[in-house]
Design a binder for this molecule. Structure first.
Ligand code: AMP
Ligand code: GLY
Length: 423
């Protein structure tokens, strides 16, 4: 099987790496990929958003399976374009990707089908939105409806701050059309988990749960990022909760099917574990980053086969097997991220870091220049380590991290610390 992985981050490196271990996969291409994927996949100089370019390439190269990493091309309809050309694609259609592309649509779906979530209202005009705020208690959760590169959610402590966020969206249009509708939500407290389900539109195969560390700084301080670390499995989640989580993924796929929307690909539910059970904070239409970098190293099944089974509608007979070992992933970011940061800084110690037993170093934003690997993004590497338990995995991950250097390197020291009983 010839596989094309679309995207160039750590998630895509982990996908390509896992596919490279699949007996069914003969050759992997990565568009555009990065310096890490270049070791296992043929680079294709096309941006993930270049839908016509990618579709033409896939057709010309007789690609047997396209695996789409990022949400932007999915929401823009890359799966529809590939399918219309007869190219098998793992990833939802434009219509199905609305579950991430429109938070208002996702909230409406949950409400209509009894899927648990926070109380929420959707507004296109300022006056009714402000009136709704009067009935809410702080903190206020204000979300732009559409894709906003992870910047569209404001948790406002005061009524004034919430009003500003509403006006930023609806009047100032700081997110353009993505903010033409604003969603106001009840604030939920609890532990946050990332749940992934592979689906062919009927069967949902849950993957092992993970937790993401979204804030830049230790102790969950500092600005929100794309994710500074992750670990899996989650020792604080019992079987009943896990069943409830799988139920949410199944309900969402079933609800879409009832509405004539066939969802095929990976469904990601960001969930808050509340006293009343898990509730949906958001859905994403793709694998999470950096969660993928800690989930896939634990997967013992053949990823290529199972993704193809999703595409062919044969998931019902599938079972996944997992190593009981734990995986901890630490993201190494450029100084300044998530704000402005420098690029092109040489990365030292990659070979030494990868030689720690159980460690895989996934590249998130890297490039090869004059024979050296240099930084080329905000998040640069994810160091993922397997260990017999979370403590051992943490030890291996941070030993590996200590061997890597680049100017401005920034990372969290507390990834999985609490769950490992070390904080
Ligand atoms: P989202 O992009 O919807 O995942 O939101 C980004 C982050 O904001 C989430 O990962 C949560 O940490 C937080 N968040 C979103 N919605 C809520 C909510 N209703 N209550 C509490 N926190 C939330
Ligand atoms: N790690 C969060 C995300 O992928 O959206």
């Amino acid at each position: 099987m010839r596989v094309l992985v679309v995207g160039g981050g750590g998630r895509e490196h982990a996908l390509a790496w896992s596919l490279a271990h699949s007996a069914a996969v003969d050759r992997i291409f990565a568009a555009p990929g990065n310096a890490g994927t270049a070791e296992i996949a043929t680079p294709v100089p096309l941006k993930a958003g270049d839908i016509p370019g990618i579709a033409e390439f896939a057709e010309r190269e007789s690609i047997d399976l396209v695996v789409v990493g990022p949400e932007v091309p999915l929401v823009a309809g890359i799966a529809d374009e590939l399918e219309s050309r007869g190219v098998p694609v793992f990833g939802p259609s434009r219509q199905a990707a609305r579950i991430e592309g429109s938070k208002a649509w996702a909230r409406r779906l949950c409400r209509d089908h009894g899927i648990p979530g926070p109380a929420a209202g959707e507004f296109t005009a300022v006056a009714p939105a402000l009136e709704h705020l009067e009935g809410m208690r702080p903190p206020y959760v204000v979300k732009a409806d559409g894709l906003a590169a992870g910047k569209g959610v404001v948790i406002a402590e005061t009524r004034d701050e919430a009003e500003r966020a509403v006006r930023d969206c609806l009047e100032r249009r700081i997110f353009g059309d993505s903010g033409a509708t604003v969603v106001l939500e009840e604030f939920l407290g609890g532990a946050e988990v990332s749940a992934f389900g592979l689906t062919d539109g009927r069967t949902v195969l849950p993957l092992s749960l993970a937790q993401d560390f979204k804030r830049l700084g230790d102790g969950d301080r500092g600005p929100n990022t794309g994710g500074m670390g992750a670990f899996s499995p989650l020792p604080f989640v019992d079987e009943a909760t896990e069943r409830a989580v799988t139920g949410i993924l199944e309900s969402a796929v079933g609800a879409m099917a009832e509405e004539g929307v066939h969802y095929r690909g990976l469904l990601y539910a960001g969930l808050m574990l509340t006293e009343e059970g898990p509730k949906v904070l958001e859905f994403n239409c793709r694998f999470g980053d950096p969660e993928t970098q800690v989930v896939l190293p634990r997967l013992e099944s053949n990823l290529g086969e199972v993704l193809l089974a999703c595409v062919e509608g044969n998931l019902a007979s599938y079972r996944l097997s997992w190593t009981p070992r734990a995986c901890v992933g630490v993201v190494l970011a450029s100084g300044g991220y998530p704000g402005a940061y420098a690029q092109g800084k040489p990365i030292e110690g990659l070979a030494e870091s990868a030689s720690v037993p159980g460690v895989h170093v996934f590249h998130s934003g890297s490039a090869r220049r004059d024979g050296r690997v240099v930084t080329a993004g905000g998040r640069v590497l994810t160091v993922s380590a397997l260990g017999d338990d979370l403590r051992a995995a943490r030890r291996a991950a941070y030993e590996s991290v200590s061997r890597i250097r680049f100017e401005g390197m920034t990372f969290r020291r507390d990834v999985a610390a609490r769950a490992a009983g070390e904080a």
